[in-house]
Structures are given as structure tokens and as C-alpha cells.
Design a binder for this molecule. Structure first.
Ligand code: NAP
Length: 277
């Protein structure tokens, strides 16, 4: 019999995870099927009971359940607990364990484009939502020199920084201040939803003053090149879109479920095809 996996969220119809994970299972020679399940917030408790009752081996969790699913699990990985969000559940013989692979997935992708030791970098994160938190806490755990945050809502950025269990040099700045001091950063990470399809002309910053050799990344993957990235590239930055983060967060989930490292090149190809890239 096939092992069962899936993703829960609402909406879920456009999730690219099923095609990506099914291709990875086939490539690894595993008998497994990964489906998509639309679960409304009111149905979440029953859905988790269903995971247990039906013996699903692993689940990805997406918007709006990443935080609300946590009380229904038996155990939380410390990083997921500190981030306050779960995107991966492992069913370990009936015990449901929650992980967050978003931040680690992002860092795996970043390592492909960054030169030198990641810990020596000065980083600016644009945004203070769920994805920003996962990335900030994961980077903090790597002992980075400095991670600043700029965000429309100052309080949200301060809350994120104050709740981080790892002490790190970190300051908040307004979007305008970030624009003026952009040249100091080795890595600038755009984590807001600004510039995402269909609002593709929008950008949180002008990305005008770029440090030589700096990496500018945007975790949006639709479009593959946001206005933010286009401007940064024009001004000399090395750029990276959100495709790698998406692929590696899925690859890390796959590893936790199966103990096998999946074919990430294949996974990337499958997602690119879905995006029409
Ligand atoms: P979220 O928790 O809702 O956070 C949204 C962030 O965007 C907040 O910082 C918010 O600022 C900012 N924002 C939204 N609209 C804005 C506007 N009009 N002006 C200024 N700031 C605005 O969302 P999330 O889960 O972190 O996701 C953010 C983005 O990352 C989405 O585009 C999502 O698709 C993408 N993402 C990609 C991956 C991947 O695998 N590549 C994974 C997760 C998420 P305020 O705090 O001021 O509201």
C-alpha cells in the first residue's frame, strides 16, 4: 500500500506542493501519494484527528493554519516553537511532531548564491510577518553579525526581535531609513507580499544603493522576477527569487518524513514548469 502525505490550507487549489512532492517520491522509488486538502479554520481540529485516524505519514501546513495547528500536536521542534508556526508535521508512529522548515529552506537556498561565511554578513529583512520571523530566527541561530528589520508596522518588527530566543545585534528602521542605509548590507531579504502577482509593479524599496557583491533576495516566486529584484539587479546586486526557498522547505520536509534527501533539481524543474518559467 502507498504511504499517504498531503498539504492542508485554505485556499489550497493552487498549491504546487503535490506535483513537487509526488515527483520527488517517484524519483526516490518510494510508494507514496501526496494530496491537497482544503481545510477551513473550523475544520482544523477534525482534520488533525483525521491525520491520526487515517495514518497519514506527513503533512505540510500552509495559510491560515501554521500557528493554529500547534495546540493539536503532540510535540514541537524547538525552532518551530520559538517561531510560533509549523509548516511540516511528521507522524511518528501515531505521535504528531511539528517542525518549521521555512527558515532553514530559505537559508539552504541563500547558501547557493552567497560568497564567504554566512555568519560574517550584515543582513536587512524587509517585512515582519510569518516568513520574516522564520528567516530571522534561523539566521539568528547561525550567529549572524547583525540582522536589521524594516517594516510598515514598527510594533510588529519590535515584537519579532524581542521574542527571538537568541540574542543578536538588531535594529528596527523605517522603510525610508532602510532606503538611505541600504548600501551597508551584504544581504537584503524581501519578505513582504508587495510585488506579488497581480500587483507586479509594486516594490517596498527602490533598491537604488547596493553594496558591491551584495545579494538581494525576494521570497516571492510569482512573478519569478519582482520589480524589487529587477531594480536591485540593475544596480549591481546578485539576485535570487523565492523558488529556492519553496523547493528547499519542501525538500527538508521530505527528508524528515522519509530520511531520504530528495532530488531538488527535479523538484525545482516541476515548480518552474507550473509557474510557466
Ligand atoms: P504575513 O505574515 O501576512 O506578513 C506580510 C508582511 O508583508 C508584513 O510584514 C506586512 O507588513 C507586509 N505588507 C503586506 N502588505 C503591505 C503593504 N501594502 N505595504 C507594506 N507592507 C505590507 O505573510 P507571510 O506568510 O510572511 O508571507 C509573506 C510573503 O512571502 C507572501 O508573498 C508569501 O507568498 C511569501 N512566502 C514565500 C515562501 C516561499 O517558500 N518562497 C514561503 C512563505 C511565504 P505589516 O506588518 O505592516 O502588516
Amino acid at each position: 500500500m502507498n504511504d499517504l502525505y498531503g498539504v492542508i490550507g485554505d485556499p489550497i487549489a493552487h498549491s504546487m506542493s503535490p506535483d513537487m512532492q509526488n515527483a520527488a517520491f517517484d524519483d526516490a522509488g518510494l510508494k507514496a501519494v501526496y494530496g491537497r486538502f482544503r481545510v477551513s479554520p473550523a475544520e482544523l481540529p477534525d482534520a488533525v484527528k483525521g491525520i491520526r485516524a487515517l495514518g497519514l505519514k506527513g503533512i505540510n501546513v500552509t495559510v491560515p493554519h501554521k500557528t493554529t495547528v500547534m495546540p493539536f500536536l503532540d510535540e514541537l521542534d524547538p525552532l518551530a516553537a520559538s517561531i510560533g508556526a509549523v509548516n511540516t508535521i511528521v507522524n511518528q508512529e501515531g505521535k504528531l511532531i511539528g517542525y518549521n522548515t521555512d527558515g532553514e529552506g530559505y537559508v539552504e537556498g541563500l547558501k547557493k548564491v552567497i560568497k564567504g561565511d554566512i555568519a560574517s554578513k550584515e543582513v536587512l529583512i524587509i517585512g515582519a510577518g510569518g516568513a520574516a520571523k522564520a528567516i530571522y530566527y534561523t539566521l539568528a541561530s547561525l550567529g549572524l553579525r547583525r540582522i536589521d528589520i524594516t517594516n510598515r508596522t514598527e510594533r510588529k518588527a519590535l515584537d519579532l526581535m524581542e521574542a527571538c530566543p537568541i540574542a543578536i545585534e538588531s535594529n528596527y528602521c523605517t522603510l525610508q531609513e532602510a532606503e538611505e542605509t541600504l548600501i551597508r548590507y551584504d544581504v537584503v531579504i524581501q519578505t513582504t507580499s508587495i510585488g506579488m502577482f497581480p500587483d507586479i509593479g509594486a516594490s517596498p524599496l527602490m533598491a537604488g544603493r547596493v553594496k558591491a557583491g551584495a545579494v538581494f533576495s525576494d521570497i516571492i516566486y510569482n512573478p519569478l522576477q519582482t520589480t524589487f529584484l529587477r531594480k536591485a539587479q540593475y544596480n549591481g546586486a546578485v539576485i535570487q527569487n523565492g523558488l529556492e526557498m519553496f523547493v528547499y522547505q519542501g525538500a527538508l520536509a521530505f527528508e524528515k518524513w522519509t530520511g531520504i534527501t530528495p532530488n531538488t533539481e527535479l523538484m525545482k524543474k516541476v515548480v518552474l514548469k507550473q509557474l510557466g518559467g
